[in-house]
Design a protein around this ligand. Structure first.
Ligand code: ZN
Length: 341
């Protein structure tokens, strides 16, 4: 009987090794909230991690409703990677419901977050918000919460709460910020799995080198766009960091969250701006309903200049299957549209 048990044990070990030759005992169970940070995590984690993504390609994290399998994934996770800055409105409830004890890492930690450019209840007809936007760009994000909704006390309006946060969460749209995400991921992996640290650091370093090359390519693309053609329109305010990096102005009928409705006034004002030729191109987004942009195109006679990837990657066979492809695609699409309009 003893011999038999021992034999069974040895056989299952052998089978396990054959089935996944690269797996190690230290495989970290990692949950990432959305596709863009999953790409970073895969690049850094390599074969040492088992990764689950909650909000997949072309899906919208702003309005995401978790599924039962997400509860299981979070419950079993060692580490949860989130963007933070109130991007994943669903995450606090999900973690609570799962009873997970996983460490939640907000990858925007250490990034200078921008204030939300839009506040839906305010009238922006005087365009003051663009000045505000730059004025507040060095405002330090000091929110250390674990993904739960934080309260936004707005001094202008007497302290009511918004469904979105005070800061613009879309920090990944700047490559220098992406490099901070990657560094934060490597540090989190090193803490959770010290044995793999040299490998995580090495992977992060080689991915970082690609990001530095990407920055150079993007600068070259942007330099082809005349300065007076850098005002463009998208569905929601996802490109504030790209705008800051490259001197664009992005206008959007929706605010910083796709969960907010575009007001009739905002849409009317955008149409007015286009008619006065103050905007050079118009884009749909992969995660947003294209209807509103199509309506603006119809009313102004402006062509839709293509699709930008804002808050999610494409599927494997699409134009933006990786972060690097996404950034190249977005900026070459903007360049082509502004030059051909
Ligand atoms: Zn967004």
């Amino acid at each position: 009987m003893f011999r038999f048990n021992k034999l069974v044990t040895l056989t299952s070990v052998a089978v396990t090794l054959l089935a996944s030759p690269l797996a190690t005992a230290s495989d970290l169970k990692v949950v990432s909230t959305f596709s863009i940070i999953s790409d970073f995590a895969e690049n850094v984690g390599g074969d040492r991690i088992a990764l689950t993504t909650l909000v997949g390609p072309n899906n919208d994290a702003h309005t995401y409703e978790p599924r039962p399998i997400d509860v299981t994934a979070v419950k079993n996770a060692d580490l949860v990677f989130a963007n933070g800055a109130n991007f994943e409105g669903f995450l606090g409830r999900l973690i609570q419901a799962s009873g997970s004890t996983a460490k939640v890492i907000e990858l925007t930690e250490g990034i200078q977050l921008l204030r939300n450019a839009h506040d839906d209840d305010h009238d922006h007809s005087n365009d003051q918000h663009h000045d505000d936007h730059h004025h507040h760009k060095n405002h330090k994000h000091d929110d250390k919460h674990g993904g739960h909704t934080h309260h936004h006390y707005d001094s202008h309006t007497g302290g009511h709460n918004h469904s979105h946060g005070e800061y613009d969460p879309h920090a990944w749209q700047s490559v220098p910020n992406a490099r901070i995400y990657v560094n934060n991921i490597a540090e989190a992996f090193c803490t959770a799995d010290p044995g793999g640290c040299p490998s995580y650091r090495e992977n992060a370093k080689s991915y970082d080198a690609k990001l530095i090359m990407l920055e150079k390519d993007l600068e070259a693309l942007v330099s082809e766009i005349p300065l007076d053609k850098r005002t463009v329109i998208t569905s929601h305010d996802a490109f504030g960091y790209l705008a800051q990096e490259y001197g664009f102005q992005f206008l959007a009928p929706q605010g910083a969250s796709t969960g907010s409705e575009a007001s009739a006034q905002t849409v009317a004002r955008l149409i007015q701006q286009i008619k006065q030729q103050q905007a050079s191109a118009l884009f749909v987004e992969n995660i947003s309903n294209p209807q509103l942009i199509q309506q603006i195109a119809n009313e102004t006679g402006m062509k839709v200049g293509g699709k930008l990837y804002s808050d999610a990657l494409s599927t494997e066979d699409g134009d933006a299957a990786t972060y690097i492809d996404m950034m190249r695609h977005n900026l070459s699409t903007i360049r082509d549209a502004t030059l051909n309009q």
